[in-house]
Design a protein around this ligand. Structure first.
Ligand SMILES: Cc1cc2nc3c(=O)[nH]c(=O)nc-3n(C[C@H](O)[C@H](O)[C@H](O)COP(=O)(O)OP(=O)(O)OC[C@H]3O[C@@H](n4cnc5c(N)ncnc54)[C@H](O)[C@@H]3O)c2cc1C
Length: 298
């Protein structure tokens, strides 16, 4: 199953709780940390065609079930870390953190990426999720991307080749993403560096005041339904503080589920389902999940 002639690190039965912000979940059968894009390409090329493959960045939007992942997980965080100006565009590779991208853009006197400073994920994760906040979204500032397919072949793709919406990215034909992101080119207008840096500071302060950052969490669990807020619906359904095991609907921000210490992925998933069902019964609205769930039950 393991690819030959690769230079990265292949770990067997690796605990994924280490790589997710909820700090819980089972093990990956195989876990690969490539040394770079060529190595990644070689690894994918040599991999058994039947092997399921999952890419992760910082695992900040991810619940791994307690039984773990049957297949190979590829870690991108800190692997592809190129970050530079490419002519008038900002080029960032998938393993760069969103915070680093935002700060780099500001330093380069570029505006429009400040919102990314508080998103605790990678560029690859932000591209896959169309991550956003404070009225901005990742794909609004993207012009093109580089992707890699299951055979290790690289592609350069323009924005119209994707179907993009709020926290949604698919191929333009409506099919789920068939490739993984390697890098993105971002178009950002010029402006004052100090202005962008000031904006980053004030957006980070806002987050600190409104989010339960002292407990492991994965940010917003549900998408906001059109014209409303998931947090408001959850709070008015009386669910703030509701707990299953060590998984709790945050007292500070009702759309966050926090791990109070020993929460199992099954506790978190049961709480997600309980919140969805309760909001549906009390408010008549079916919340759509934003967090991704992978793996099998224990
Ligand atoms: C405290 C906190 C605050 C947050 N605030 C926000 C916010 O304001 N706005 C927001 O949108 N999100 C927010 N999030 C959620 C999360 O940070 C984002 O969704 C982020 O974009 C996920 O990036 P990641 O690298 O951690 O991706 P992961 O969680 O590792 O993966 C998420 C998904 O992306 C896929 N993926 C990862 N890398 C790649 C790649 N290179 N190519 C293809 N697919 C890939 C994974 O397979 C998975 O399906 C928050 C999370 C936390 C913990």
């Amino acid at each position: 199953m393991a690819a030959q002639h690769t230079q990265g690190t292949l770990l067997l039965n690796e605990p994924l709780a280490r790589y997710t912000s909820w700090r819980t979940g089972g093990n990956a059968d195989r876990f690969y940390v490539p040394t770079g894009v060529e190595d990644l390409s070689q690894f994918l090329r040599c991999l058994d065609a039947q092997e399921p493959v999952y890419f992760i960045g910082l695992g900040s939007n991810l619940l791994v079930r307690d039984g773990g992942v049957r297949g190979t997980v590829v870690l991108m965080h800190n692997v592809l870390t190129g970050l530079r100006m490419d002519g008038d565009l900002l080029y960032a590779e998938a393993g760069v953190t969103c915070a680093k991208l935002a700060k780099f853009a500001a330093k380069q006197h570029r505006h429009g990426a400040e919102f990314m400073a508080g998103i605790p994920g990678t560029v690859g994760g932000a591209l896959a999720m169309n991550a956003g906040c404070h009225g901005s979204e990742t794909w609004e500032i993207v012009t093109k991307v580089q992707t890699i397919d299951r055979h290790g072949v690289l592609h350069e793709r323009n924005k119209p080749e994707f179907d993009i919406a709020y926290r949604h990215v698919a191929m333009a034909d409506g099919e789920p993403l068939r490739e993984w992101f390697i890098a993105g080119w971002f178009e950002l207008p010029q402006g004052e560096a100090s202005e962008a840096e000031q904006k980053i500071k004030s957006l980070l302060a806002k987050r600190l005041a409104s989010q339960p950052l002292n407990w492991p969490n994965a940010g917003s669990v549900f998408r906001n339904p059109p014209g409303d807020f998931a947090a408001r619906l959850i709070e008015t359904s009386g669910l703030k503080g509701y707990r299953i095991g060590d998984a709790q609907v945050s007292e500070k921000h009702a759309n966050f589920i926090v791990n109070l210490g020993e929460a199992k992925a099954a506790d978190i998933e049961a709480l997600i389902n309980h919140v969805r069902e309760t909001v549906k019964a009390r408010q008549g609205i079916e919340l759509q999940q934003e967090v991704r769930i992978i793996g099998v039950e224990a």
